[in-house]
Design a protein around this ligand. Sequence first.
Ligand SMILES: Nc1ncnc2c1ncn2[C@@H]1O[C@H](COP(=O)(O)OP(=O)(O)OP(=O)(O)O)[C@@H](O)[C@H]1O
Ligand SMILES: [Mg+2]
Length: 390
Amino acid sequence: MSEFPLTNIGIGGHSRFRTNSGHGTPNVVHQRRIAVHIEVEIHHRCSLPHTEIEQVVLRLLLHKCNTFNNGSLTHLLQEPETAALCGKIVKSLVISDINLATPISFWQADLMLHLFRLCDHSPESDFLEADGGGQDQSLPVAEQWELPNTQLQGLWESIILDETIKSRLLSYCATSLQFSERRVNSNIISWNKMILLYGPPGTGKTSLCKALAQKIYIRHCNPTATISTASLHDMISIGPDGNMSLDFDMSTAPINHPTKRKQMVRYRSGLMFEVNCHSLFSKWFSESGKLVMKLFNHISEIAEDETCLTILLIDEVESIASARSSASSSGEPGDAIRVVNAVLTSLDSLKRKPNVLVMCTSNMISSLDEVRKNRGRADYGILFVFLGIP
Ligand SMILES: Nc1ncnc2c1ncn2[C@@H]1O[C@H](COP(=O)(O)OP(=O)(O)OP(=O)(O)O)[C@@H](O)[C@H]1O
Ligand SMILES: [Mg+2]
């Protein structure tokens, strides 16, 4: 690490760090602190421990950023003075989900570094055997995505939505995982680890679920290193010209290392199962009950490992309801009830696992609106989110 030019940082002469209190120090004490999430993609070939990578990133930010706003900081890695080292360690740096119109000043920021490596694998199809009309058939019932996945990177930022929707989704998932981790009694606080996005076709429901799965994994996979820029306040010195310099050895920088504090949630791997409701409920309806049980048993086995964040995406969940009504009209109500029961009981037992989140999408706007209007306590802690036409 010694070749990195910023081992002892002296930023004297940088007008961006000029004092703003009139008393020789930045006015950090009275400023509202704002969390800035910085997603740090690590190069595959980099084998440095996370604590060292955090220090490299922090040095870079201290040296180059006077304010923070949403967007990519990857260009900082390509500048001549940083490319030699940072460029080999970090592949991209992105800030997202700041919901403020103006940039956050350096001194207001609580930096949260989320380190991750992307996985290049394409999603795999899960095939299950169905006995259709005397012939054994292999049906693709789910796609299995390894998280965080290259194909999903940048999707979250590309979806244009009211930012409050994105932050509600993120905080619901974070809180759900935290409650699970702490084994909060769901009879006392009603929460269900289930999100239902509904709205007209083409409004980004499926894309948003996939992007959310990726985001949640990145935010929770590794212990997050945090640093409050206010904690650097005592380490500044003011030069005769009135400019400030930060002068300390980065190895003693007050990074709040995750190993030293109690962590919320930590995962070593992440999988998203995108369930194809059409395959489950269309062709050989009498087989659906068995298929559902097979699929959920498979997911359940994977979710046994509590260090694997398991996300279940049930796309077009209304197929279950329409399968039920079509079966009733074709005189197969027994099968329909079995399938719906199989889905509900399997979902129920899956959700009890602390590392499982369920996301559903639906186009049945009017019936869901009705449910929400009359819901009382009947939403059971499910987060309903309507996506309209932008
Ligand atoms: N708000 C948005 N911002 C950016 N892109 C969007 C938005 N909404 C939809 N899209 C794009 O439109 C395409 C269709 O989106 P998607 O399949 O996620 O919609 P959907 O609501 O799941 O549709 P359906 O109900 O037909 O399944 C995707 O390429 C997606 O990126
Ligand atoms: Mg969809």
